[in-house]
Design a protein around this ligand. Structure first.
Ligand SMILES: Nc1ncnc2c1ncn2[C@@H]1O[C@H](COP(=O)(O)OP(=O)(O)OP(=O)(O)O)[C@@H](O)[C@H]1O
Length: 304
């Protein structure tokens, strides 16, 4: 099975613990968002997955095998860890060709990945002159050289313009749609809301949450509707009978989920219930994420 299994992973640098007994799984066919504030241990975990650092304790396997035991690693797992790591004097084509040759991959893959990442027209240009967005694409092309079923991207949208961000999001989704296991790190929840199916949240190296995006949104009030009316008790029963989930909100209001605002309005009209408020709640996922990770922040600014 194409997946990443992180089990009891711990990484210490001298007295500092960067990753602390971390366990989670990255499943195939979905984008798993790897979230945490700066310094949480995301990059360290990703480096260990890619065999670039060794764990102090615990293990990581890719589709059941340790990175060091994979005969041609790039055919199993590809990663974009540092988009700046491109030899500036090489063309995009020669950079990928050198990478293919040194990793025992067929040269014909170069054309395929250039095409897939939209770089064919600039393949003969020096990568040194590439914009950040193009360097990101080149890094992704390199990660795809071996056509791996497992992919890892460390903060891939950092510094990109809106068009670049949109392209990367769509690209991650398409890789997952093909059945690949995709792990993407970010320190922004808003970024993940539009890309990830699953969330793994860490703080100070420890697991804080391992949940589906849908469950996380529901638990944090996204998708609920605030309703105010003259007889909340009566309307709550009507809503429940219509399949909604209802709980009491502030000042005799109702917080309704599992039924869209439009349907709630229609139900009220049908039963001649007068509504004084019907507002879909835009609970900020970023707020929910801040709340979740607040105890794990290394440096908290003083509040006056
Ligand atoms: N080579 C190293 N030597 C010493 N300490 C390190 C090393 N690499 C990382 N650390 C420390 O480990 C902790 C986790 O860092 P890491 O880069 O993995 O976090 P991160 O979640 O990726 O953060 P960011 O979003 O800022 O990149 C930090 O406190 C960092 O200073």
């Amino acid at each position: 099975m194409n997946r990443i299994d992180v089990r009891g992973l711990t990484k210490r640098y001298g007295p500092d613990t960067a990753v602390d007994d971390l366990s989670f799984t990255v499943e195939p066919g979905q984008v798993t968002g790897f979230l945490g504030p700066n310094g949480a241990g995301k990059s360290t975990t990703m480096k260990i997955i890619m065999g670039l650092a060794s764990p102090t304790h615990g293990s990581v396997t890719i589709s059941g095998r340790h990175y060091r035991d994979l005969p041609v690693p790039l055919t199993h797992v590809g990663a974009l860890l540092d988009a700046g790591a491109v030899h500036g004097s090489r063309t995009a084509h020669s950079h990928l060709l050198a990478l293919a040759a040194s990793n025992g991959l067929p040269a014909r893959r170069v054309g395929t990945v250039l095409e897939r990442t939209g770089l064919t027209s600039v393949a003969g240009k020096h990568a040194g002159g590439f914009s950040l967005g193009m360097r990101q694409r080149l890094g992704i092309a390199a990660a795809l050289l071996g056509d791996p079923q497992v992919l890892i991207f460390d903060e891939p949208v950092n510094g990109l313009d809106p068009e670049g961000i949109r392209w990367i999001r769509g690209f991650m989704r398409s890789l997952a749609h093909e059945g690949r296991a995709v792990l993407v790190s970010s320190h922004l929840m808003s970024e993940m809301a539009q890309t990830a199916d699953h969330l793994v949240v860490i703080g100070r190296g420890k697991l804080i949450a391992d949940t589906s995006m849908t469950d996380f949104m529901t638990a944090n009030g996204v998708g609920t509707v605030l309703v105010r009316c003259s007889e909340p008790g009566v309307f709550a029963r009507l809503l429940t009978a219509a399949g909604a989930t209802v709980r009491d909100g502030p000042e005799s209001s109702l917080v309704v989920s599992d039924l869209a605002a439009g349907e709630i309005g229609k139900l009220a009209a049908y039963h001649s219930v007068v509504l004084s408020e019907l507002s879909p709640q835009q609970a900020s996922l970023e707020d929910a994420f801040m709340e979740l990770t607040k105890d794990s922040l290394e440096y908290l600014g003083a509040t006056s």
